[in-house]
Design a protein around this ligand. Structure first.
Ligand code: GDP
Ligand code: CA
Length: 345
């Protein structure tokens, strides 16, 4: 069975780890190898050049989480991390002091940047760094071309340009997504998001094939705007999703009207979507009426939303959506696959 997953960083990573666990527990081959193949199509809109290095936050969140190297407590980066190099960089006045790159993490960025400068594509560099971690899944960047999400904010107090920003004198300013997210904690109201480089981008090798050739496509509980939303804007991806024979099952990143973790509500409000499982489901839309989804998984606490969603033509199931352990995430992934199996039957 070929399972293709659209994913952002932390939510995507937890879901993918659960999916891998579910398959290991339920399939005889035990490794998700011959009997199940997982391909993750990962958002690269948050990527940036920082102190001469290409940083890919979402790819690395997934790689470290599935590689067992992530800092579970902090939720991002490597465990057992130190920050000696970052401290030195701050002394030299380069980089973003509020965007710490740990010493071990820098090893990944140096390797990736080295490979890119040798002329390898991001897909090739990703395959190279991922190989070390024996992830048991295939990691694909959504595109080999740089597509960077910038946030346009209104008026005073906006970014000073930083390493990648573009401060203007007018009423609106823009900054790289990571500056808005990490430095300002998404506290500056976003006017809109811009994907720079999108026109020159295409889906990375294997992405369209994974969607068209998949038996199931899962949309991870990731940020609907700046993770999943960005993946969907890459030329070629939307039409592959429209044309695939595979059922497309999405998992809500919103539970009881709140983003489980982080500031996703600030992204949703910028595009006029309420922070609610039904609003996000309707934003993705039912495939039958030109949208993305064949089915939508919401949390049990949101089961009151089912009738309204069904009326809108969306097939919805209520299951526990909290991924606060690998076992819970595995059960959630199992529920998504069960729904896909029903749709295929
Ligand atoms: P990022 O790139 O690191 O921001 O991560 P993602 O785009 O993958 O997703 C972040 C989102 O995942 C958060 O805003 C939450 O809405 C969602 N999320 C995180 N943990 C959970 C969980 O346990 N259950 C569900 N359903 N969603 C979660
Ligand atoms: Ca991200």
């Amino acid at each position: 069975m070929k399972i293709t997953v659209l994913a952002g960083g932390v939510g995507g990573a937890k879901f993918l780890r659960g999916l891998r666990e579910h398959l290991r527990a339920t399939l005889p081959d035990g490794q998700g190898g011959t009997t199940a193949e997982i391909t993750a199509i990962v958002n690269t809109g948050d990527d940036l050049w920082l102190t001469g290095l290409r940083v890919c936050p979402d790819l690395d969140s997934i790689m470290y989480t599935l590689g067992g190297a992530n800092d579970e407590e902090r939720g991002w980066g490597r465990h057992g991390e130190s920050e000696r190099v970052s401290t030195e960089l701050t002394e030299y006045g380069v980089g973003w002091p509020w965007f710490t790159l740990g010493d071990l993490d820098l090893g990944t960025h140096i390797t990736r940047s080295h490979l890119l400068r040798e002329g390898r594509t991001l897909s090739e560099a990703t395959a190279h760094v991922a190989a070390r971690w024996n992830l048991g899944i295939t990691l694909l960047p959504m595109s080999d071309q740089p597509v960077e999400t910038h946030v346009v904010v209104a008026g005073e107090g906006a970014g000073d340009g930083g390493a990648a920003g573009g401060a203007g004198a007018g009423a609106e300013r823009s900054m790289h997504f990571e500056e808005w997210w990490v430095r300002y904690r998404a506290g500056l109201p976003a006017v809109r998001f811009e994907q720079r480089g999108l026109e020159e981008s295409v889906a990375a090798p294997g992405v369209v094939e994974a969607i068209l050739g998949g038996d199931v496509v899962l949309v991870a509980p990731s940020n609907p705007v700046v993770s999943i939303g960005t993946i969907l804007t890459v030329p070629g991806i939307r039409s592959a999703l429209e044309n695939t024979a595979a059922p497309i099952v999405g998992v809500s990143p919103i539970i009881s009207g709140a983003a489980v973790r982080g500031m996703a509500h600030a992204c949703l409000s910028a595009i006029g979507v309420a922070t609610a499982a039904d609003a996000v489901g309707l934003h993705y839309g039912a495939r039958a009426s030109g949208g993305l989804l064949d089915a939508w998984l919401v949390d049990e606490s949101d089961s009151g939303l089912l009738p309204g969603l069904a009326e809108a033509g969306l097939r919805v199931v209520a299951v526990p959506l909290w991924m606060n352990s690998v076992e819970h995430a595995a059960a959630l992934a199992g529920a998504a696959l069960a729904e896909a199996a029903l749709l295929r039957a």
